[in-house]
Design a protein around this ligand. Structure first.
Ligand code: AP5
Ligand code: MG
Length: 211
């Protein structure tokens, strides 16, 4: 099964991807996480990616399409996967459609005004990339990742100015990806402005997963 998760920055794609992974044991391919790992490793790809990501822009399609295709060709993704943050442009969606069949594209809908609060309070593990929120999803021990014990940090692109730019790009480009999947009958939409648990319930219902 291949699930595409769509939604604005901060809509909860990463949070819900983890819940689906726990329920279905499907591996996650998060392009944002892959790029942040490349940045942390100091690779050429990372340096190039950072030049786009730090300002809230998108990394060029060719680069990201090659990265995802390479991942999808690995045996661990033979049984399917959850795609978090890809595709983000119609060109990426078309390239993905040529490579694999998508079962469902699930869009998590959250109004822009809710996003700001989420980004300001987000804390991210620089090692395993698990996300927390100081109010809505705090770690068990303040400032420390529940999963791997690493000190949590704040993403460079979570500054409000950059968040605004990311939201702008989402409304300009990524919304068309929703229409791409709607036209193919694979789009499902859920409200994501409730609690994490309430959203998980809607996500599982849309995907036919029993709680
Ligand atoms: P990426 O890492 O994918 O960022 P994004 O899409 O902007 O989304 P986020 O990761 O910020 O948010 P999320 O939806 O995962 O929310 P989360 O679960 O963390 O991409 C980063 C950059 O990489 C892009 O800007 C671009 O430059 C580049 N890039 C990546 N993919 C690309 C592509 N395909 N093409 C080109 N460039 C690409 O939740 C957010 C916060 O809210 C957390 O603190 C969480 O705990 C909290 N929260 C979650 N759900 C709830 C809830 N229901 N109630 C309350 N709080 C909640
Ligand atoms: Mg994310």
């Amino acid at each position: 099964m291949i699930i595409v998760l769509l939604g604005a920055p901060g809509a909860g794609k990463g949070t819900q991807a983890d819940k689906i992974h726990d329920a279905l044991s499907l591996p996650i391919i998060s392009t944002g996480n892959l790029l942040r790992e490349a940045i942390a490793s100091g690779s050429d790809l990372g340096k190039l990616a950072a030049s786009f990501m730090d300002g809230g822009g998108l990394v060029p399609d060719e680069l990201i399409i090659d990265l995802v295709k390479e991942k999808l060709s690995m045996p661990e993704y033979n049984g399917g996967c959850i795609l978090d943050g890809f595709p983000r442009t119609v060109q990426q969606a078309e390239a993905l459609g040529k490579a694999v069949d998508i079962d469902v594209a699930l869009s998590i809908e959250v109004p822009d005004e809710v996003i700001e609060e989420r980004m300001v309070g987000r804390r991210t593990c620089p090692k395993c990339q698990t996300t927390f929120h100081i109010k809505s999803n705090p770690p068990k021990k303040e400032g420390v990742c529940d999963k791997c014990g690493t000190t949590l940090g704040i993403r460079h692109d979570d500054e409000l100015e950059v968040v605004d730019r990311r939201l702008h790009i989402y409304h300009q480009l990524t919304v068309h990806v929703k229409e791409y999947y709607r036209a193919r009958g694979t789009l499902k939409e859920v409200h994501g402005q409730g609690t994490i648990a309430a959203t998980t319930e809607l996500v599982f219902k849309a995907l036919g997963i029993e709680l």
